[in-house]
Design a protein. Structure first.
Length: 434
């Protein structure tokens, strides 16, 4: 007999003893109770994970009374659980009458309350269930999750607010399940003061048909009202995804608004156990000011809109990496670009006679006057192009003041790592492509 079955057999035997007439372990309502020792309670999570409902159902016919205990996985936040089953009842009348057994499963703790009603029909081997109550407060339980070694580093500095609610009902009959189960979060928030980012106005809807859920297929819908980071802000994030067999997350659609434009993600898949992902982001009409914020040491200001795409990678080992990307002006409309003062950037190799003819060049390179760019192209090739360049920037235009004639074509070629040039914000590092 395997371990889960031995545990069940022991619980069943103890429960039967408590149910005998004259048991001293009965509460004031006449329902027998049994309080397992701590070491027995610790087997409960493993039991729920490894055994099947079909193997447990026959015990419902044998047992009556109450089984309860306490889980101490999270220091200072004990979780109490209780399973109570009443004696047989008769539903219906005459030949149509059937024996049923009703009960309730509850899990409670600090800001945690889950209660599920159970109705078992032995003759049909049918279990009906319904979630009467399901609530967990994120502000209380996120710090508890952060005490787990596997999650400690990921959740360091993270706080959350909002309540998760559980709703659902269904039926289990001889290995066939029907019904549905959902977990929802409304108006939640997640902040990280250490890395200086925040997600506000979070709505999560996860779950679906129980037939899919029991094999690990979980649909997810996520929306975030506002995203704030040290470098930029975004809004109206929407994500549609699905957990597959508890092993992978498949994202089918994602978009958000930023700087007056829109960014969408192509579908991708990532493993849950060892997440490594690559995703292509497409930009449409994004404000140039947010592109400028990524290269703060070179550009001081940007006004206009750009289109483009970038393929990003991420892993725990490498962080964020750029695979390749390109950006250009949207719809051919000109943009304003202002440089940080950099004497010699444009004039260092020009003779004095040329500078006398085009005084606007000096004003542009000192940041005194913005450049009106008719063309602004960026190409990112971190692994190097045919000429070994990791990035190339081409700007064509002139001073914004038409009286200062100074036609300009500026090519900037980068042959080294991009990490020192592109700043993603506090706590986020730009690695190199593996």
């Amino acid at each position: 007999m395997n371990t889960p079955r031995r545990v069940l057999a022991g619980l069943a035997a103890g429960w039967l003893v408590c149910a005998l007439p004259g048991s001293e372990n009965s509460d004031s309502l006449g329902i027998p109770t049994i309080e397992p020792a701590t070491h027995a309670i610790s087997s409960a999570p493993d039991l729920l994970e490894t055994d099947r409902i079909a193997e447990i159902l026959p015990l419902f016919r044998l047992l009556s009374g109450e089984l309860k205990g306490e889980l101490t996985t999270f220091p200072g936040r004990p979780i109490s659980w209780r399973l109570a089953l009443a004696d047989d009842l008769t539903a219906g009348a005459g030949a149509a009458s059937v024996a049923i057994r009703k009960g309730e499963l509850s899990v409670t703790g600090p800001d945690l309350d889950v209660r599920v009603t159970l109705t078992y029909e032995p003759a049909a081997r049918r279990l009906r269930w319904s979630a009467l109550q399901g609530r967990a407060n994120l502000a209380t339980w996120l710090p508890a999750l952060a005490t787990l070694p596997d999650l400690a580093s990921m959740l360091e500095g993270v706080t959350a607010s909002g309540s998760l609610t559980l709703t659902g009902a269904g039926t289990w009959t001889d290995g066939t399940t029907t019904g549905g189960l959902r977990v929802e979060l409304a108006n939640g928030a997640v902040h990280n003061e250490t890395e200086d980012w925040a997600l506000d106005g979070i709505t999560l809807n996860a779950g679906g048909d129980t037939a899919g859920l029991v094999v690990g297929n979980v649909p997810l819908e996520l929306t975030v009202g506002t995203i704030t980071t040290a470098r930029f802000g975004a809004r109206a994030l929407t994500v549609n995804a699905r957990v597959q067999h508890f092993e992978r997350i498949e994202l089918t659609a994602a978009r958000f608004e930023i700087a007056g434009g829109e960014v969408t993600a192509e579908p991708f898949s990532v493993a849950v156990e060892e997440p490594v992902l690559e995703v292509t982001l497409t930009m449409r009409g994004v404000g140039l000011e947010d592109i400028v914020a990524l290269v703060p040491e070179a550009l001081a200001e940007g006004r206009g809109h750009v289109n483009g795409s970038v393929r990003l990678g991420w892993s725990r080992a490498s962080g964020v990496t750029i695979k390749h990307g390109s950006v250009s002006l949207a719809d051919g409309k000109p943009a304003l670009v202002r440089f940080h003062p950099n004497l010699g950037l444009l004039t260092g190799s020009l003779p004095a006679a040329i500078l006398d003819l085009y005084p606007g060049l000096l004003k542009i390179e000192t940041g005194e006057m913005p450049l009106l760019a008719a063309r602004f192209d960026v190409r990112l090739t971190p692994d190097g192009d045919a000429d070994g360049r990791t990035a190339r920037v081409r700007i064509e235009g002139g001073p914004v003041d038409p009286s200062l004639k100074a036609p300009l074509v500026l090519d900037v070629n980068v042959t080294g790592p991009l990490a020192p040039l592109i700043k993603l914000g506090s706590g986020v590092s730009l690695g190199t492509t593996p």
